[in-house]
Ligand binder design. Structure first.
Ligand code: MTE
Ligand code: MO
Length: 322
């Protein structure tokens, strides 16, 4: 999990106990590795039914990636900032697709979970998502492990999809069926919900790639800190590398923070800035820009700049002393 900075409590890898859980349907499937299976069907040369040992026999991979909930699909503009950074292990989707042999007409991969139920007035639903075949083959991992431990039941045991550059909604849990198709499925979770009009666009598109975003974690929102030099820090992320993070305290100008590079995996990136806080209440904001030139909006969208409020006290004793 390792602490990024001795003076700050936030962790680079989010402990499993702190990972949010988002389920649309229910009751939740309680699956068993011994009886679970995954079918691969549709436009494939060789339809498959794989059991868990089959998955374990395929080439294994691991990656660290941001896992972020898009938010309530009925309220796509509201920030929720439900975000974590996790280490996944599993099998590349491409390895499974290679066994099945996609036919030339296949363009889309449908991913279906074992959970069923009702949502937003529709009943008898399954959890179904779809991705373009080329992109899914290049990016998606079928994960059985989160932070080195088998997936817990709530997080999709025994196997889930992980679409590491995309919002969590695409990372189908309790994966039970993969279908290759020429078209997108018409379904509540594919074409009716989880679509949005991108900034400057006219037509709704599926919610896929993550937005550029950042979150201040140190100091904690609402906390009291000693006045004077204060470490301001947090994480920034996007579907591409974040190239700068700026911080504004109260009405002062935006100041560039130090920012770690992303590395080969789509993990989040640490930013930090030392700032001299005068005694009294402060509003602190952070704003990220990514390599595609996207900047967090100040207000009005789900990835609007994050702000925290802290009070700098004149007389707080240093930690650990009476
Ligand atoms: N089968 C299934 N997969 C699912 C969901 C679901 O309800 N059912 N929720 C999605 C959403 S909206 C998110 S944000 C992530 C949450 O994953 P977690 O609960 O492991 O954090 O799973 C996604 N995969
Ligand atoms: Mo979500």
């Amino acid at each position: 999990m390792f602490r990024t900075d001795p003076e700050t409590p936030d962790l680079f890898i989010t402990p499993v106990d702190e990972v949010f859980i988002r389920n649309h349907l229910g009751p939740l499937p309680r699956l068993d590795r011994a009886t679970w299976s995954l079918t691969v069907e549709g436009l494939v040369e060789r339809p498959l039914r794989l059991d868990f040992p089959d998955i374990q026999g395929l080439p294994q991979t691991r990656l660290t990636a941001v896992h972020e909930c898009f938010g309530n699909p009925l309220r796509p503009d509201v920030p929720t900032r439900a975000v974590t950074n996790l280490e996944w292990a599993g099998v590349p989707l491409a390895a499974v697709l290679e066994l099945a042999g996609p036919r030339p007409e296949a363009r889309h991969v449908w991913l279906e979970g074992a959970d069923t139920g009702d949502f937003a007035g529709e009943s008898g639903l399954s959890y179904l998502k779809d991705l373009p075949l080329d992109q899914a083959s290049a990016e998606v991992v079928l994960a059985h492990t989160m932070n080195g431990e088998p997936l817990r039941p709530d997080h999709g045991y025994p196997l889930r999809a992980v679409a590491p550059l995309m919002f969590g909604t695409n990372s189908v849990k309790w994966l039970s069926r993969i279908v290759l198709a020429a078209d997108r499925p018409d379904h509540l979770f594919t074409t009716r919900l989880y679509t949005r009009v991108p900034p400057g666009g006219r037509e709704a598109v599926p919610v896929r790639e993550k937005d550029v975003s950042s979150k201040l974690l140190t100091p904690g929102d609402g906390s009291s800190v000693p006045a004077g030099s204060c470490a301001l820090a947090g994480y920034a992320w996007s579907s591409t590398e974040v190239t700068s993070v700026e911080i504004a305290v109260d009405d002062a100008d935006w100041q560039p923070a130090a920012l770690d590079r992303r590395g080969p995996d789509p993990a989040w990136q640490r930013f930090r800035l030392r700032y001299d806080l005068a005694p009294g209440p402060h509003r602190i904001r952070c704003r990220a820009t990514d390599s595609a030139g996207r900047v967090q909006p100040l207000t009005g969208d789900r990835n609007a700049v994050h702000e925290i409020r802290v009070v700098a006290g004149a007389g707080s004793p240093p930690a650990g002393r009476a």
